[in-house]
Design a protein around this ligand. Structure first.
Ligand SMILES: CCCCCCCC/C=C\C=C\CC(=O)SCCNC(=O)CCNC(=O)[C@H](O)C(C)(C)COP(=O)(O)OP(=O)(O)OC[C@H]1O[C@@H](n2cnc3c(N)ncnc32)[C@H](O)[C@@H]1OP(=O)(O)O
Length: 304
């Protein structure tokens, strides 16, 4: 990856403690005596989220890299939010393409191992990170375009739904949708709200109850994605779309985006703690744990 951009990072001594954790997560190293440090964008490539900035174009490509299936582990979610925050604060970047570095998979959704056999404190921490990811993406001031280059179930679909535009590869094996009911679980209300805002109420009702996973052409028909192109054109198409959206003055576009999305985000913001409590008590139920265990087993047996 050839990256040349230079980013100025203040001395760690001046940062709050969480920022030190962030630096560690991103692998930034401050030289001894440090009074601020210049880091190359290559350092910006953390372990599970790769960010490739193109300052001349004012865009960046963010790639999820959590093999084999880009499941949304706590670590990946944390890195995603940190990377996004960094891009939001970078005046040279106005738009981002979200895509995957794992062949054939955009994201397998929430990491089932984070929701199985753990304790309530872990579930609460995990759910807070999922909420944070959604809120940051959904309310981002940047233009976000999803380049869906593989399967995109559940939480993977949610990430795509937060974007302003979705381009999907035309491989019929790649499916996208909120399939939670197939796992014996329920899509949270804010997943549902995001879907309804994208494809409408009736289509969402059907898709959510049946846990539908749509192949690309059907996803296009129902409005879950905006464009289907051959796999090798997904990223270039996403970048072209980004350029079109970036032709609109930022302030007007951002205010409009906020006007459209804020009421939906506010529904969660007003009850974040209650939503965490609901999740913890729901996921801790024996019956739900059994369903998730069985689903994981089925995924593993599929291979053998
Ligand atoms: C009363 C109201 C209360 C409301 C409370 C709200 C509660 C909501 C709770 C949760 C919401 C969850 C949303 C989610 O995102 S759940 C995750 C849903 N994801 C899926 O269903 C996708 C499952 N995976 C697949 O379908 C496939 O893996 C696929 C992505 C299509 C890739 O297929 P393939 O390439 O063939 O890879 P494998 O299936 O062989 O998988 C490789 C290994 O990866 C493991 N794996 C797969 N998915 C996950 C995952 N999501 N989390 C963790 N691990 C995953 C799989 O087991 C294989 O592991 P191993 O190599 O050890 O066998």
């Amino acid at each position: 990856m050839a990256l040349t951009a230079v980013i100025r990072v203040p001395s760690r001594a001046l940062l709050r403690p969480w920022a030190r954790l962030r630096d560690a997560a991103l692998g930034w190293i401050e030289p001894a005596g440090g009074g601020g440090v210049e880091v190359s964008a290559q350092r910006f490539a953390s372990q599970k989220v790769l960010v490739e900035p193109d300052p001349a174009a004012g865009v960046a490509v963010m790639k999820f890299k959590n093999p084999p299936v880009n499941s949304l582990s706590l670590e990946l979610l944390t890195e995603l939010v940190i990377s996004l925050e960094k891009l939001e604060n970078d005046k040279t970047v106005r738009g981002v393409v979200l895509t995957s570095d794992c062949p054939g998979i955009f994201s397998a959704g929430l990491d089932l191992t984070e929701m199985c056999g753990r304790n309530p404190a872990h579930y609460a921490e995990y759910w807070k990170a999922v909420q944070e990811m959604w809120l940051r993406l959904y309310l981002s001031n940047l233009v976000l375009v999803a380049a869906i280059n593989g399967a995109s179930p559940a939480g993977g679909c949610l990430i795509a739904l937060t974007c302003d535009y979705r381009v999907m590869a035309d491989n019929p094996k790649y499916c996208i949708g909120l399939n939670e009911t197939l796992l014996g679980i329920v899509a949270p209300f804010w997943f549902k709200d995001n879907l309804v805002n994208t494809i409408g109420h009736r289509a969402s009702e059907r898709a959510l109850q049946l846990g539908l996973l749509f192949p690309p052409t059907e996803a296009l028909q129902v409005g879950m994605v905006d464009k289907v192109v051959p796999k090798d054109q997904v990223q270039s198409t996403a970048l072209s779309v980004l350029a079109q959206w970036m032709a609109i003055p930022d302030h007007a576009r951002q205010l409009t985006k906020n006007m459209m999305r804020k009421p939906t985000a506010d529904r969660l913001l007003k009850q974040r703690d209650a939503d965490i409590q609901n999740f913890v008590s729901f996921i801790s139920r024996d019956s739900i744990q059994k369903s998730l265990q069985m689903y994981l087993e089925k995924l593993k047996q599929k291979k053998g």
